[in-house]
Design a protein around this ligand. Structure first.
Ligand code: UDP
Length: 234
């Protein structure tokens, strides 16, 4: 196939840059650039849940918020959270919860805030990837990380990590997939568009291999800040 508009091959991800501990007042934080996407994720807590009736006596509640800054896209985005922000927050929170040992912190809340500073498609997966690192940076006990990526189709090709231009192609399919690592279980799967069964199977397997690449970068970022002897999975 021909190269893509930004020069990538179909299985290339955009460049990803990760920095941990950028927000000193938070328990944990992560700054992440993913192509032209920029996101900051912070973690506060676990802390007592108020009002108390929202708490869970068996585990911590993960309050995940996905927000786009008004200046993150060319048409100003309203700072008031809309349906899209709320839906992304809800499903991303479920995905993140699956790797945090919430049972260790009953009656508390863990506040995870992700703010998109610039957007070029794939922001929900960038935010979730950053949020899981911010949780690790906060020292939360975790079973693993969530590695998220978008897979899809544009201009007749199945491709990794779509840009906004690619998402706007007439035949576009856009699938956000989040995998727990190292367990390799699907924690989030959302799709826009239509595909046949064969392409769907290919896309899911592409999602797993792209998530491995994201996971490798996440581990590098953690090891850079928190050097350990041996493998981080041990
Ligand atoms: N977008 C926008 N305004 C909005 C929501 C989205 O301009 O209110 C753009 C933004 O570039 C975003 C892209 O559309 O990254 C794709 O949005 P989508 O809902 O597919 O989520 P994403 O791919 O960012 O997770």
């Amino acid at each position: 196939m021909s190269t893509r508009l930004d020069g990538r091959k179909k299985d290339d991800l955009r460049p990803i840059k990760i920095e941990l501990g950028v927000v000193k007042s938070a328990a944990g934080s992560c700054y992440l650039e993913w192509g032209k996407n920029t996101v900051v994720a912070t973690v506060h807590g676990p802390r007592p849940m108020f009002p108390k009736h929202l708490s869970n006596s068996q585990r911590a509640v993960v309050d995940y918020r996905y927000r786009m800054a008004p200046f993150s896209v060319s048409d100003r985005k309203s700072p008031v959270p809309g349906k899209r922000d709320k839906e992304i927050s809800l499903v991303s929170g479920f995905a993140l919860e699956s790797v945090i040992m919430t049972e260790k912190f009953p009656n508390t809340v863990i506040n995870v805030n992700t703010l998109i500073l610039s957007a070029d498609a794939g922001t929900r997966v960038a935010a979730l990837t950053a949020a899981s690192l911010a949780c690790a940076d906060a020292g939360l006990p975790m079973k693993g990380l969530v590695s998220a990526v978008a897979i899809g189709r544009a201009n007749g090709d199945l491709i990794y990590d779509l840009t906004k231009d690619e998402e706007d192609a007439p035949d576009a399919v856009d699938t956000a997939i989040a995998i727990t690592m190292p367990q390799k279980e699907i924690a989030l799967l959302q799709m826009d568009g239509f595909v046949n069964k064969d392409d769907w199977k290919k896309m899911v397997s592409m999602g797993f291999s792209a998530a491995e690449k994201v996971y490798a970068l996440q581990k590098n970022a953690l090891l850079e800040k928190y050097p350990v002897n041996g493998d981080i999975n041990e």
